[in-house]
Design a protein around this ligand. Structure first.
Ligand SMILES: Cc1cc2nc3c(=O)[nH]c(=O)nc-3n(C[C@H](O)[C@H](O)[C@H](O)COP(=O)(O)OP(=O)(O)OC[C@H]3O[C@@H](n4cnc5c(N)ncnc54)[C@H](O)[C@@H]3O)c2cc1C
Length: 556
């Protein structure tokens, strides 16, 4: 039996861990007001039963299983139902609803855990020879439908789990480059780097359960991307097992050797091969790391400040601002004795805001991070504070709320499962756009969501934050929630599709960091133009003529 750890088969994260609201007095009233759900009266569904799940039978032949076992050893290949279910979906809301409702049309037929690159090569070659489908599996945290086998697939589907490739192999200290095996999950690789005095600086909200190979395959972005870059910047070299051989990209600082194959692997979602190793740029752990909280009177004032920070000499590690709805949500989920509620109740802040003529229902909470030497971090904060003040923001909130946000950010994903237990959806859509279009994108997404809620005939909620700043623009991240009425998936589609469509209509991208999968592929031609899709199709058709590598994802 393999020792690779997985998340709950039916939800996010570790067994036994979940969202609780008993110590958050503002939460239940907030949910009642936002979506009309009375948590005190709602009947909470229990954990789904695995025994009741209908798992499609595996079509793998004993001969093929024996061939795979000869490569990796019998303990590292399985056709057992639980493993096949764990490898069927990612963790999107659609995935969670389907698994809770017994909707598995197609599961992988066999799951395999190779130990190293040589074994990955043999597995890939054996699968191609058998005309099987190969779907690489990292942490399984995907939310774009990039992991699921196509329902129409009749060939044997092999889920190739990278979980045993989890070592930091080497650090080139002179260059600040670390070679990391692709199946290394965030906490494991960061602990190994920290032990040598380094950090990767990549902290997506899914950090605790996602892998460096998955980050590369989906073009991930982490909270501190303003300083460290997205994974597209951080990942310099790669080794990718393809049918018949390994594609090797050395970790060069830059190169002009034609169109970038490195960029083709980034975001390839398993369609170009199996990433076995990534060489990432790493940084010495910073001497100082602070996350300060700020308040702005309005969303418009906050975005104007973020725009100016991005074009200024200031170089913070995090720039993030919640709109008024998300600020209200943050206040409601804070703990009574430690969080924002205490801060707002015990500090003079609300009266100061009122004395400035602020409407408290419009205030926007922002977090800005500073990292590096003491003098660098302090200098950046000085520069940022001047810009925040210029746009009417409050700069003296301090680090208390930022510390709490930093500590709790990896717990938020458990909230989705809690809402599903209560018969409600909570999910996200994210995008990026130039600064000049950001306010329109925000306005249009809100309008689209509310039109969708009206169409279904429900009271729904939407909130947003801006994060991941670039010189020319930023990411907008929307969270929406509603109580299911009759048909969860149809209602989810109505809301999610409306928001996605509003992105392309507003000239924003279909995804800043979640990838394409099958969830966003209907809008790909809007995003990269029909000719862009022709190029993409050509790439996949030429490099995978048998359509064996995670078929149907990104383009079908
Ligand atoms: C609650 C939650 C929060 C999230 N927050 C963030 C966030 O802050 N930032 C962000 O960027 N994303 C976020 N995500 C999305 C998700 O975590 C990312 O897409 C992540 O990069 C996926 O990594 P993984 O290891 O889990 O990959 P998986 O989910 O296992 O796989 C994703 C895709 O990559 C392919 N793949 C995986 N490993 C390899 C490999 N070694 N070689 C080739 N292909 C491979 C798979 O075939 C699949 O197509 C979040 C998801 C959830 C559920």
């Amino acid at each position: 039996m393999t020792d690779v750890k997985h998340m709950k088969w039916w939800g996010w994260g570790n067994e036994g861990v979940g969202f609780k609201y008993g110590d958050k007095p503002g939460f239940a009233p907030f949910v009642l007001e936002a979506v009309g759900l009375d948590l005190e009266k709602a009947i909470r569904q229990g954990e789904p039963s695995f025994e009741e799940l209908r798992v499609p039978a595996s079509n793998v032949t004993p001969a093929f299983v024996a061939e795979l076992a000869a490569i990796v050893g019998e303990a590292h290949v399985t056709v057992e139902d639980k493993s096949r279910v764990i490898h069927t979906y990612g963790k999107s809301l659609r995935d969670l609803v389907r698994i809770r409702n017994n909707w598995i049309e197609r599961a992988p037929d066999v799951v395999i855990y190779p130990a190293d690159e040589a074994e990955v090569q043999q597995v890939v070659d054996a699968a191609i020879a058998a005309n099987a489908v190969i779907i690489p599996f990292g942490g399984g945290s995907d939310i774009a439908g990039s992991l699921e086998p196509l329902p129409s697939e009749t060939r044997t589907v092999v889920s190739l789990d990278l979980g045993r490739l989890r070592e930091v192999l080497d650090i080139d200290e002179a260059s600040g480059l670390a070679r990391i095996q692709a199946g290394s999950q965030g906490p494991d690789l960061e602990a190994q780097l920290n032990a040598r005095g380094y950090t990767i600086g990549h902290f997506p909200d899914s950090f605790t359960h996602s892998t460096v190979g998955g980050w590369v395959a989906t073009r991930s972005s982490g909270m501190q991307s303003d300083k460290y870059g997205d994974i597209a910047d951080i990942a310099r070299g790669m080794r990718v097992v393809r049918p018949g051989g390994v594609l090797v990209l050395r970790p060069l600082p830059s190169t002009s050797s034609g169109p970038s194959v490195r960029e083709m692997i980034l975001g390839s979602e398993g369609r170009l091969g199996v990433i076995t190793e990534v060489t990432v740029q790493v940084h010495r752990k910073p001497e100082q790391r602070d996350v300060y909280a700020y308040f702005f009177p309005t969303w418009e004032a906050g975005i104007a400040a973020m725009t100016e920070i991005a074009e200024s000499d200031a170089a913070p590690s995090i720039t993030r601002i919640s709109d008024a709805n998300e600020t209200g949500f943050s206040l409601s989920t804070s703990k009574s004795r430690t969080g924002f509620s205490k801060f707002m109740a015990e500090s003079a802040l609300p009266s100061i805001m009122k004395s400035k003529g602020w409407d408290l229902s419009k205030i926007c909470l922002s977090f800005i991070g500073y990292e590096g030497s003491k003098s660098h971090a302090n200098r950046q904060r000085y520069l940022v504070n001047k810009i925040v003040s210029k746009h009417g923001g409050i700069t003296f909130v301090g680090t208390g709320p930022g510390v709490l946000y930093d500590q709790k950010k990896f717990d938020t994903p458990y909230l989705r499962d809690f809402l599903l237990d209560m018969g409600a959806a909570g999910d996200v859509s994210e995008t990026a756009a130039p600064w000049s279009k950001l306010l329109d994108v925000h306005r249009n997404a809100y309008a689209a969501a509310h039109r969708a809620y009206d169409e279904i005939g429900i009271k729904g909620w939407i909130m947003s934050h801006m994060s991941h700043s670039y010189h020319s623009g930023a990411c907008l991240y929307f969270t929406f929630a509603f109580v299911f009425k009759d048909d969860p998936i149809a209602e989810y589609n109505t809301v999610k599709n409306a928001i996605q469509q509003s992105f392309v209509d507003s000239e924003a991208t279909i995804s800043h960091h979640h990838g394409v999968g099958v969830e966003h592929s209907p809008w790909l031609a809007d995003d990269i133009s029909p000719e862009g899709v022709v190029v993409m199709r050509g790439l996949f058709a030429a490099t995978d003529p048998g359509n064996n590598l995670n078929p149907g994802k990104i383009v079908n």
